[in-house]
Design a binder for this molecule. Structure first.
Ligand code: ZN
Length: 263
């Protein structure tokens, strides 16, 4: 029999699925191994075996073993770092955290390490756990995740003629740019020949996204989006993500539906 090697990692639960009579298959996002799929034997039979560790977006130090590089990890032990009680006790926060883990899951493949992406997810779960879960926080998570995956949208200048946002201030009333999800960036009105799928973006929206994109994590709670800027930035980023993934995300749909119901 091949010997199993033991590994350790910090891991956030992305998905959890009942398996057989007593086990669970878990998909984690880890600091050292990227996305990792593992089986937690006996997890359904005894809650004490992995207390709180296998629930969605729980963050734990895990020990696991593997027989081969490609094989399913056998989860040996979990030590919870943060169970995010602030998220779990609030429906809106739970839905946003579910959207964050869904996005992480969709944009990653197994066994590709990306420590910055792990830290991003951990940081943003921490922010909504102890602070607020504003639209701004959701947009900044999307923007930063896109950047780390190499899909950062161009927002500071027209992608064709390169005219910077602040130089065309005042032209075209207050909406100097049009964002096109297929192009992955904004264009000025002169360069944008096909406006059919484009989203008009006001300067205020662009500026706040550009500011928030680079802002230190401890300061982003100071930013807020309201009214027009909230609507525009959501439309821009959500349509771009939908274009990249080729589908609508279920978690975002659920979030929107529940908000409409007025919770
Ligand atoms: Zn242009």
């Amino acid at each position: 029999m091949t010997k199993r090697t033991i590994y350790k990692a910090s891991a956030i639960v992305l998905r959890s699925l009942d398996y057989g009579e007593s086990d669970r298959i878990i998909s984690f996002y880890t600091d050292e191994f990227g996305k990792l799929k593992g089986i937690a034997k006996g997890a359904r039979r005894s809650k004490k075996r992995f207390p709180n560790a296998l629930e969605l977006f729980s963050c734990s130090n895990i020990l696991f073993s593997k027989r081969s590089k490609e094989g399913l990890a056998l989860i040996e032990n979990c030590d919870v770092i943060n169970h995010y009680p602030g998220i779990r006790s609030d429906l809106e926060k739970t839905l946003i955290a579910s959207y964050f883990i869904d996005l992480t899951d969709q944009f990653t493949s197994e066994s590709k390490k990306n420590l910055k992406l792990f830290q991003l997810l951990q940081d943003f779960l921490g922010i909504i756990d102890t602070g607020n879960s504003s639209e701004m926080i959701a947009r900044l998570f999307e923007l930063r995740l896109l950047k780390l995956k190499g899909f950062e949208p161009v927002l500071d200048r027209c992608i064709t003629c390169k005219i910077p946002a602040d130089e065309i201030e005042g032209k075209y009333r207050n909406k100097p740019f049009l964002f096109n999800p297929t192009d992955g960036g904004v264009k000025c009105h002169k360069c944008s020949s096909n406006n059919r799928n484009s989203i008009p973006a006001s300067l205020g929206t662009i500026k706040i996204l550009l500011t928030g994109k680079e802002m230190e994590i401890s300061k982003i709670h100071r930013l807020s989006l309201s009214g027009q800027a909230a609507d525009e930035s959501k439309e821009i980023l959500v349509s771009f993500i939908q274009h990249l993934l080729g589908k609508e995300l279920r978690s975002l749909n659920v979030l929107n539906q529940i908000r409409k119901m007025g919770f």
